[in-house]
Structures are given as C-alpha cells and as structure tokens.
Design a protein around this ligand. Structure first.
Ligand code: ADP
Ligand code: MG
Ligand code: ZN
Length: 479
C-alpha cells in the first residue's frame, strides 16, 4: 500500500480592531451586538462614484502583524480589485492586495503537543476589506448586514509546511495569540473576527510534486480546524487508495456530523480578473515608518517565555502559562517590579490568583487586585505581619473587596500574633486542658507536637506566628 504525506497550507483572515473601516470613516462595530446596517455609508455600500481612502491605522496594524511574523515589509504597495458578484459585496469587487502584499517571506515557531517546536513559513500577509454578512432564514429568503462591509481585514497565508490536523491547530492558535498580543484582533472566533481555511493535499511519501488540494471553508474553531483537516486527510487517502483522483474543490465542514462536504469546484486566480485599483494611489511605506511601527511592538510570547525561564528560573510550563495572554504577562511583570522574587510571585499568580479568577469568572483586565497590591501582600508575609495561610485569605478579600493588603489586615484584625506573652497564655491553657496528651507527648509520642500547634492555631484563629508557637511549645512541653 502507498503511504501518503499530507501537505497543508493555511489561509487565515483576521479583522483589524481599528476604530474606522478600511476605506471610509464608518465605525467598526461589534457584528453581533450592533443593529444591522447602522454603520454604513455610500463608500462601504458601494454606491457609484464614491472614492475610497486608505486607513492609516489599518496599515500600521498590518505592519505590526507582518513584522511580528518576521516578514519583509513591501515598500511599494498596490491595491487590487478582486472581481466577483455576491449579495454581501455591493461593489461586486473586493479591494485587496494581489501581486504586491504588504508582508512576504516570514515565519513563526509553533509548539507541538509533544513539546517540540516547529517553524512554519509565512508566504504573504496582505490587506483587504471584509464583506457584509448574510443570514439565511429558515422561512426562506436572506438578510444582509453591511456593517461588516469594508472592515479592515488581514489575510495571512502560510507556506505548505503543515503536515497534520494537530499542527494546523497549533499554527492557528499561535497566530491568534500573536494577534491578541499585538492588540489588533480579539481572537473571538465565535464572532467571526478570525477565520481559518486550510488547503489540504496528499502526495505519495518520498515524492516531491504536490497533489490536488481541497480547501476547507468557514471553520469557526481550532477544533474544527484540527478535526476537519484530519477528516480530509483520511478521505483523500481513501479516494487515492481506491484508484481515484482528488477533485480540486472548496469543501465545507459540518460541525455536528463532523464530516466535510463538497461546496463548489475551486476557482482560479484568473477567474477574479484582478487588476490594480484605479481609485487608490500606490501606498509607499518608508523605512522610517517601518522603524516607528517596529518600535511599538510589544515583547512577544516566545521572547517572554524565554526571558521568564532565563532571568527568573521559571519552568517552561509556568513561563508558558504566565505568557499565554499579554494582559496576564504584563500584570506578572509589574508584580515582579513590586516584589522582585519572581518565583514567589509566579507561584502566587498561578496557584492563588488564577484560582480566584476562575472562581469569580474574571479575566485579568477585570480584577481589582493590582500587581503592586500582591507585592505589598508578600512583603507583609516577609516582615512577619501575617503568615502565608492568612495571606491567602487576605488575597481573597482583596480580590472581592478591592482593598489593599494592609487595609484588609487591619480591618479584619488578621495581623499575626507575635507577642510571646499572648501566645504563652494560650499554650498554658491548652496544656492545662489536655493533660493526657501532655503525658503521652512527654512519654515519647513526640508526633503530638503537630496536634499542639494545631490547637494553638485554632485558638488564635490562625494568627499566631507559627515559628514562635513551635519554639514556645517545645520549651513548655519539654520542661
Ligand atoms: P488560493 O486563493 O488559490 O487558495 P492562496 O495563495 O490564497 O491561494 O492560498 C494558497 C494556500 O494553499 C497557501 O497556504 C499554500 O501554502 C497552500 N497550498 C498551495 N498548494 C497546496 C497544495 N497542493 N496542498 C496543500 N496546500 C497548498
Ligand atoms: Mg484559497
Ligand atoms: Zn462606510
């Protein structure tokens, strides 16, 4: 039997979170929440004679992405018309980039499930505009909402360097993470602001020529990307094993049946009659402009993870967890500025803060605990004002009430008891009340020490300084 090598290249579309649209002043609105056709004008409705104007912010956002994906930035940019008719495209052409995209020749490293990394080439990054949104009614007929028409859209096209559904998923997730880090896209796939389309073909192992590909459209999750790709690989294998040929076509993914199905034969580029957009001048991007945009790039996830391991000695896993989202990483970085033992801060964030965020269903942007607040809390532990189990209580209180650490400790009377006299009085009472245990301890059952410590803690509602309790108990019991 022939074995096959799957070859996969991914087209990913990301809407850019600019204030206004790509070629007009209309606001970019939430496609789910805004009323239909409330953010439209003659330009994005494709009225005759209206002229587009390039959105500078959208170009800068595109440059951010292209630079973050290690692309060369094209100095001479041309917009092109991609001609086709569809009711969601009132101009009957989409303004896109064709021969001269803004970014070319990039790469991104993705993390595979076995913990290894793999470099995937980025063929091109180009600017275009989104189409309107059609809703097909069960009762017949369709509705169209042009709010999305003309929203800046970035297309990121990978090299065919991907070889499985899992790799496809890892690639998609990495691109999404970078887009979110750059602040250009929310990554909210349910809202359709990020869409992925894998192109999939097989070739006999050991050969070099590419086979016929199918393209999967309208995947709305990375799970669909992984499963749809794996399904296509299996389906094409069967077709080839049976002596058949794979048809070059566009296929859909059925999310409940979990199968792909044929939609239409694949159109070729020449079908679109691309030609340079006559209503827009060439867009020149200077080296100075590139340098300015490059200077605004945040530290990206890979760099953060490497730094957390090298500079702070964190495990790879902890570093990844902290760097997963930019908001969390920035919060952590600020907490480390307030309290320089990064390992301690990392443990508190991962073990305690994340637990509170889960419990209260809050993201890092919503929480009221400030990074410096965690630093203040940890200093109270260091100087003996509270012990670390009380500190967890205090953090929970800070989380809910939004107060600072010192304020919570004072308001709740949680300060640790480090007064020898007060603790000694408690110990004497416990010794008096528990003569059996005292006798057993003194008869050699030294394990009872833990029980005595527990009694003192109970009597002081956890506030006694544990080191002092131990010392004083030893003294009394060994008298
Ligand atoms: P088109 O618009 O014709 O789909 P694009 O350039 O937008 O072309 O995207 C092509 C994508 O398909 C790229 O990601 C590329 O790597 C990938 N690709 C090209 N040929 C094959 C093939 N034979 N098998 C799998 N992927 C392919
Ligand atoms: Mg395509
Ligand atoms: Zn408009």
């Amino acid at each position: 039997m022939t074995t096959y090598e799957p070859i996969i290249g991914i087209e990913l579309h990301a809407e850019l979170m600019t204030n206004s649209k790509m070629f007009c002043g209309c606001k970019v609105v939430d496609s789910v929440e805004a009323d239909p056709n409330t953010a439209v004008c003659p330009v994005c409705l494709g009225m005759p004679g209206m002229l587009p104007v390039i959105n500078q912010k959208a170009v800068e956002f595109s440059m951010r992405v292209a630079l973050a994906l290690n692309c060369d930035i094209q100095h001479h940019n041309i917009f092109a018309r991609k001609n086709y008719f569809y009711p969601d495209l009132p101009k009957a052409y989409q303004i896109s980039q064709y021969e001269l995209p803004i970014g070319t020749n990039g790469w991104v490293d993705v993390e595979l499930e076995d913990g290894t990394q793999k470099r995937i080439g980025i063929r091109r990054v180009h600017m275009e505009e989104d189409t309107g949104k059609l809703t097909h009614l069960d009762s017949g007929g369709s509705l169209v909402d042009y709010n999305r028409s003309g929203v800046p859209l970035l297309e990121i096209v990978s090299e065919p360097d991907i070889h499985s559904g899992e790799e496809a998923r890892a690639y998609g997730m990495k691109i999404r993470q970078i887009l979110r880090y750059l602040g250009v896209n929310s990554g909210d796939m349910e809202k359709g602001v990020l869409r992925v389309e894998p192109n999939i073909s097989l070739r006999p192992s050991g050969t070099t020529a590419f086979g016929k590909r199918t393209e999967l459209k309208n995947l709305n999750s990375f799970r669909a990307l992984a499963d749809g790709t794996a399904f296509e690989i299996a389906r094409q294998t069967q077709v080839l094993d049976a002596g058949g040929e794979v048809a070059q076509e566009t296929r859909g993914w059925h999310d409940t049946k979990r199968i792909t199905f044929s939609q239409r034969s694949k159109e070729e580029a020449e079908d679109y009659r691309y030609f340079p957009e006559p209503d827009l001048p060439p867009l020149h991007i200077s080296d100075e402009w590139i340098a300015q945009v490059r200077a605004t790039l945040p530290e990206l996830p890979d760099a953060k993870i490497a730094r957390y391991q090298a500079a702070y000695g964190l495990s790879e896993y902890d570093a990844q967890v902290l760097a997963e989202e930019r908001g969390t990483a920035v919060w952590f970085d600020e907490a480390v500025s307030a309290y320089p033992d990064a390992k301690v801060v990392a443990n508190w964030v991962i073990n305690n803060l994340f637990a509170l965020m889960n419990e209260h269903k809050q993201g890092i942007e919503q929480i009221r605990v400030m990074p410096a607040g965690l630093g203040e809390l940890l200093k109270l532990v260091d100087d003996g004002t509270i012990n670390s189990s009380t500190a967890k209580e205090v953090l929970a209180e800070m989380f809910v009430g939004g107060k600072g650490a010192t304020a919570v400790v004072q308001a709740k009377g949680l300060a640790q008891i480090s007064d020898e006299g007060a603790i000694t009085a408690v110990i004497q009472q416990i010794i008096a009340d528990n003569s059996d245990q005292v006798a057993a301890y003194q008869g050699g059952k030294t394990k009872l020490m833990g029980w005595f410590v527990g009694q003192v803690m109970k009597a002081t509602r956890g506030k006694a300084n544990p080191a002092l309790v131990n010392k004083l108990l030893q003294e009394r019991l060994n008298e």
